[in-house]
Design a binder for this molecule. Structure first.
Ligand SMILES: Cc1ncc(COP(=O)(O)O)c(C=O)c1O
Length: 405
C-alpha cells in the first residue's frame, strides 16, 4: 500500500500555546488538584438570561440552514448595534449588506486573511499577538511579519515601526483593539495614523474588535469603521463570544463597506453553507441585553484586573495595567516561562491547588522573544485570582529552589 502523505501545512501547523498544556492540566486534575485556569479567555461571567432564554424558546419543526451571510433580521439588528453612538466603538453607519455572519470571530479572521492575502503574501501583526492570527495565516500559506511591542512601552505600537515593516508582499495589517494578549486599546490618534499608512501603502486594515465593550478607566475603543475615507480598507472582526460570555455560541461577523471584499467573504461563506441557525436566534436576542449588564460586567473585569495587577506586583512581577479586554502579559521572575508553566502543573501545588498560565513565546513570531513572559486571563473572580497569585508567589520560590537558581 502506498504511504499516505500528510500536507506540509498539516504537519507544520502550530499548536495553540493557549491549549498546549491542557493535557498536563488534565493530569493534574486527575491527581485531585484544583487547577485555576488563567491560560484561556473563557470567562466565568453568566451569559445574559435573554440569550439563554432564546435557546430554550427555539421550536422550529425543521432545523434548517440559514443564508450563507446570516439571517437578514439578525444582520439588520447587528448593523443598528454598530451604528448606535451610545455603544462602545459605536457610531459607525453600517448596513445589513456590510455584514457576513460567521462561525465565531475565528471564521471572520480566516475569511479576512483569505480575501486579502494570497499564498506567499504577508500579514502584518504586532507581537505579542493573538496566536490564531499565525494559525490561520499558516493554513492559508500566508506569512506573518511582526512589529515587536515592548513591556517597557506598555506594549504600545509605534505607527512608524509599522510603516518600516511593510514589505512588497504585505497585503494587510491585522490588529486587535482592545488587545489580546496585552490589553492595549488603540486610541483614535493611533488608529488614524495607522489608517493613513494603510491608505498610503495600499493595505487592508483588519481590526479585530471582539473585545470592544471591555474598556476601563474611561478609555475609549473607537472602531475603524468610524474613520473617514477608509471604507475600502476597513475590515472589522466581531464576535458574540466575549461580549455576551457566550464562547460556545460560535457566532461572529465580518463587517466591511468594501463591496468587492464583502462579496469574496460571502463566497467563502457559501462554501461552508451557513453559520449555525439556532445560535443566530440567540445572538439576535443577545442584542437586547440591557446596558446595565455591560456596566456590571465591566465593573467586575476592572476589579479583577486591579486585583491581579496589584497581586502580581506584590510578588515581584512588574506588569503594565491593561486598558481593555481581560488579559495581560507579565514578565515572570524565571529563566524559562514554558518550563515554569509545566512545573506548575506537573510538580507544584499549594494546599491541593495550582495555576495554569499560557507561556508567551507562542504569542511572538520572533524566535527567542517572550521566553520569560506569560499571558494571564483575568476570567476568574477576585478571590480565585488572589488565591492564584499566592500560588504563583510560592511557586516562584519553589521553582528557583528546584532549578538551583
Ligand atoms: C483577539 C481575538 N480575536 C478573535 C477571537 C475569536 O473568538 P471566537 O471565534 O470565539 O469568536 C478571539 C478569541 O479568544 C480573540 O481573543
Amino acid at each position: 500500500m502506498p504511504a499516505l502523505h500528510l500536507s506540509q501545512r498539516g504537519a507544520n501547523a502550530p499548536a495553540s500555546p493557549i491549549r498546549r498544556l491542557a493535557p498536563l492540566a488534565d493530569a493534574a486534575r486527575e491527581r485531585g488538584l484544583v487547577v485555576h485556569s488563567l491560560n484561556i479567555g473563557q470567562p466565568d461571567i453568566a451569559t445574559p438570561p435573554g440569550m439563554i432564554e432564546a435557546y430554550r424558546r427555539y421550536d422550529e419543526r425543521v432545523l434548517a440552514y440559514s443564508p450563507s451571510d446570516g439571517f437578514r433580521p439578525y444582520r439588520e439588528k447587528l448593523a443598528a448595534y454598530y451604528t448606535d453612538v451610545s455603544r462602545e466603538g459605536g457610531g459607525a453607519p453600517v448596513g445589513a449588506g456590510d455584514i457576513v455572519v460567521t462561525v465565531g470571530g475565528s471564521e471572520a479572521l480566516l475569511f479576512a486573511i483569505a480575501a486579502t492575502c494570497d499564498p506567499g503574501d504577508e500579514l502584518l501583526v504586532c507581537e505579542p499577538f493573538y496566536t490564531n492570527y499565525a494559525g490561520f495565516a499558516h493554513m492559508l500559506g500566508v506569512s506573518v511579519r511582526a512589529v515587536t511591542t515592548h513591556a517597557k512601552d506598555g506594549f504600545r505600537l509605534d505607527p512608524e515601526a509599522v510603516r518600516h515593516a511593510i514589505g512588497p508582499r504585505t497585503r494587510a495589517l491585522c490588529l486587535p483593539t482592545p488587545g489580546n494578549p496585552t490589553g492595549v486599546v488603540l486610541d483614535r490618534g493611533e488608529l488614524e495614523a495607522l489608517a493613513a499608512i494603510c491608505r498610503e501603502r495600499g493595505l487592508y486594515f483588519v481590526s479585530d474588535e471582539v473585545y470592544r465593550e471591555f474598556v476601563y478607566d474611561g478609555a475609549r475603543a473607537p472602531s475603524i469603521l468610524s474613520l473617514a475615507e477608509f471604507d475600502e480598507h476597513a475590515i472589522v472582526i466581531d464576535s458574540v463570544s466575549k461580549r455576551y460570555s457566550a464562547c460556545g455560541a460560535r457566532i461572529g461577523a465580518l463587517v466591511t463597506r468594501n463591496k468587492v471584499l464583502r462579496e469574496a467573504a460571502l463566497r467563502f461563506g457559501q462554501a461552508r453553507l451557513s453559520p449555525a441557525t439556532v445560535d443566530q436566534y440567540a445572538a439576535m436576542a443577545a442584542l437586547d441585553t440591557p446596558p446595565e449588564y455591560f456596566r456590571e460586567v465591566v465593573r467586575e473585569y476592572r476589579a479583577r484586573r486591579d486585583a491581579l495587577v496589584a497581586g502580581l506586583r506584590g510578588i515581584g512581577v512588574p506588569c503594565t495595567t491593561p486598558d481593555g479586554a481581560f488579559y495581560l502579559v507579565a514578565p515572570l521572575p524565571v529563566d524559562d516561562a514554558d518550563a515554569f508553566c509545566r512545573f506548575l502543573l506537573e510538580r507544584f501545588e499549594l494546599d491541593g491547588e495550582t495555576v495554569m498560565l499560557a507561556p508567551a513565546s507562542g504569542f511572538y513570531a520572533t524566535p527567542g522573544l517572550g521566553k520569560t513572559e506569560a499571558r494571564l486571563a483575568y476570567v476568574l473572580d477576585v478571590p480565585r485570582l488572589e488565591k492564584s497569585v499566592r500560588i504563583l508567589g510560592a511557586a516562584f520560590k519553589a521553582y528557583r529552589g528546584a532549578s538551583g537558581a
